[in-house]
Design a protein around this ligand. Structure first.
Ligand SMILES: [Zn+2]
Length: 378
């Protein structure tokens, strides 16, 4: 099923590459043609086929959108992918009476699968489940349920506002001068990751032992990314619940370019996830989470607004007006001030990323941590 889904996606992409003026509807039509041409493509549930075509279109559309935007240098021409997922809409699957097993019942007749994990599906109505996604990962198969559910938490206003500046020396520095570092266990696991990576490159290409080493590395990657996500989500929740306004620095594509420094690239990804969760919790708790453009935030003096040029190695902010601050703290104060300025001007027209967060299916009413789920379903 997973292979067929990626076959449909890649075929749609090929069709778009080979023909001119292909739109979204042409791709769904192409889906039908594929089903009539290939016996196995017909076996896949028709809505799952459509979902695969939609994914092809999503990557094409992202490419088109990037082409319209001159500030994005890398346009990201759509690539063929070895898929890991298949997505079902309301049909093609069925839950058991106690909702601990799922039956995938399209032409492939995959049958019943028992599900393990910490999420109780009995909490929701059957009609709330909008999509079901089956994912292959290094350690097992996973089933994601996208559920339409309003999540709101009443919070008393705390009267605090905070600005966050992210940097390499610490995970973030806030406008009160507090620094948060990456936890030690994460740094430790990242060291082990490097070791396993070396093990893979030592093995002969195409050998069985290399395959085993790759799987070991992939499992470790999964574990570390779960640990990291768990930590990030808790941190984001903590930051949003104790402040009314959270200002952060929007990461630009320019400084998110792929780099070979492991620590840097991990941090890049982590900040992205962290900001997404900040916005998510902002919506859940009714708080303001605002991203500002990073221009000049590290150069301006928060006291007298004068530009004080510093290179990256200068860690303290020293100004003629007598203002002495930690470099990152000064930046965090600037970020907060900039956000408050823009907010009072009524600049709260940020595009909502809630849909995106929802599409990723992160509504977790059980409040179970990801790492625990990982352990249970491991
Ligand atoms: Zn100054």
């Amino acid at each position: 099923m997973i292979r067929t889904a990626s076959f449909v996606r890649n075929s749609c992409l090929r069709y778009w590459m080979d023909n001119e003026k292909v739109g979204q509807y042409d791709l769904s039509r192409q889906c039908k043609i594929l089903a009539s041409e290939f016996e196995w493509a017909k076996k896949l549930n028709s809505m799952a086929r459509q979902a695969s075509a939609e994914r092809a279109w999503a990557s094409i559309k992202r490419f088109y959108d990037n082409c319209q935007n001159p500030s994005i240098k890398k346009k990201g021409y759509p690539k063929f992918k070895k898929g890991r997922t298949v997505e079902y809409k309301p049909s093609g699957w069925q839950l058991s009476q106690d909702r601990t097993a799922i039956n995938l019942r399209d032409g492939f007749k995959a049958g019943w699968f028992k599900m393990r994990g910490g999420f109780d599906l009995n909490y929701y109505q059957q009609s709330q489940i909008k999509r079901v996604r089956v994912i292959r990962r290094a350690d097992s198969y996973y089933c994601q349920f996208c559920i339409a559910q309003e999540r709101l938490e009443e919070m008393k206003p705390s009267g605090n506002a905070i600005g966050l500046d992210v940097g390499l020396s610490s995970f973030y520095t806030d406008s009160n001068g507090c620094k948060v570092d990456n936890p030690r266990y994460l740094r430790k696991s990242e060291k082990r990751l490097k070791r396993l990576q070396r093990q893979v490159s030592k093995k002969k290409k195409g050998s069985n032992s290399r395959k085993k080493a790759i799987n070991k590395l992939a499992r470790k990657h999964l574990k570390v990314s779960r640990q990291r996500k768990d930590w990030l989500v808790k941190l984001a929740r903590c930051v949003v619940s104790s402040n009314d306004v959270v200002a952060y620095e929007k990461l630009t594509v320019k400084n998110m370019v792929k780099n070979h420094c492991l620590a840097k690239s991990i941090n890049d990804a982590s900040w992205h996830i962290f900001f997404d969760w900040l916005e998510y919790y902002g919506k859940v708790m009714g708080k303001i989470v605002y991203g500002v453009n990073p221009q000049y935030t590290s150069q301006e003096c928060p006291n007298c607004k004068q530009m004080v040029k510093k290179t990256l190695s200068v860690r303290t902010h020293l100004c003629e007006c007598g203002c002495v601050l930690d470099r990152d703290e000064a930046a965090a104060i600037n970020i907060l001030a900039k956000a408050l300025r823009e907010l009072s001007r009524g600049g709260q027209s940020q595009t909502s990323s809630l849909e995106l967060v929802n599409a990723n299916g992160h509504i977790n009413l059980c409040q179970l941590s990801e790492s625990l789920v990982g352990k249970l379903s491991g």
